[in-house]
Design a protein around this ligand. Structure first.
Ligand SMILES: Cc1cc2nc3c(=O)[nH]c(=O)nc-3n(C[C@H](O)[C@H](O)[C@H](O)COP(=O)(O)OP(=O)(O)OC[C@H]3O[C@@H](n4cnc5c(N)ncnc54)[C@H](O)[C@@H]3O)c2cc1C
Length: 202
């Protein structure tokens, strides 16, 4: 396998998931796990967003700044997380004990995949068609979509996070969803013993 976990999408949910997985890499159950994130930010809706109502983000923070700073934050604190920028995921397919993830440039193999690609009905990732349904928490006319899932799990080892998981589109909700998936994965690596990653002042 190229990756133990490969995250698709570097917005609120995907980056939050990557940060928490990265922050656990000093734990014995996570230290040898290879985590990657693929993002294709040019077409991100976040480019036009302005945030005044997100706890912890200074009022006036732009989505464009988050798209620029998120990868830098991840690289600086958790450089073991492999960042694959400027690649668009086109196809996901099952293989024994995992998935292949094909982009416009490469093909990767991963044991677990987290889809955090936003809830636009323009999402065109082959292999996900059977799981797409209309978004349950958005006005019908907006044509938003989600993946069928139970507590973020679509099928074993395939997770969905953020607005594509069926959550309402608010930045904090999407971050929380990505964090929830990360801690579910960490708990699995920790033999089912519930886990979280907290830093504290000495
Ligand atoms: C204009 C605007 C204003 C907003 N204002 C607010 C606000 O004031 N307060 C608030 O709480 N929320 C606001 N939001 C909502 C908030 O930004 C979203 O709820 C949140 O970003 C959703 O997170 P997500 O991770 O689900 O999706 P996104 O943050 O959209 O991330 C999805 C990422 O996946 C990438 N991607 C998609 N397809 C692929 C692919 N095939 N391969 C690789 N990468 C892919 C996209 O480029 C994108 O970067 C606003 C949104 C917009 C668009």
């Amino acid at each position: 396998m190229d990756f133990d976990v490969l995250i698709v999408g570097g917005g609120a949910a995907g980056m939050s998931c990557a940060l928490i997985l990265g922050s656990a890499q000093h734990k014995s159950y996570a230290e040898n796990k290879k985590v990657g994130i693929i993002f294709h930010q040019k077409t991100s809706d976040l480019q036009n967003a302005l945030f005044n109502n997100v706890l912890g983000l200074p009022a006036g923070t732009t989505g464009a700044a988050i798209l620029k700073d998120g990868p830098k934050h991840l690289e600086k604190l958790y450089p073991k997380v492999i960042q694959i920028g400027k690649e668009k995921v086109l196809k996901i397919g099952p293989i024994p004990s995992g998935f292949t993830v094909e982009t416009n440039k490469n093909r990767y193999r991963a044991g677990k995949v987290v889809i955090a690609a936003g809830y636009s009905d323009l999402l065109r990732i082959k292999g996900l068609e059977n799981y797409i349904i209309p978004h349950k928490k958005t006005q019908h006319e907006k044509n938003r979509i989600q993946l069928i899932n139970e507590d973020h799990l679509v099928i074993p080892n395939l997770y969905v996070a953020g607005s594509l998981a069926g959550h309402r589109s608010q930045f904090s909700i999407a971050c929380g969803s990505g964090a929830a998936v990360a801690t579910d994965i960490l708990t699995e690596w920790n033999n089912g013993i519930h886990t979280k990653v907290h830093d504290k002042l000495k």
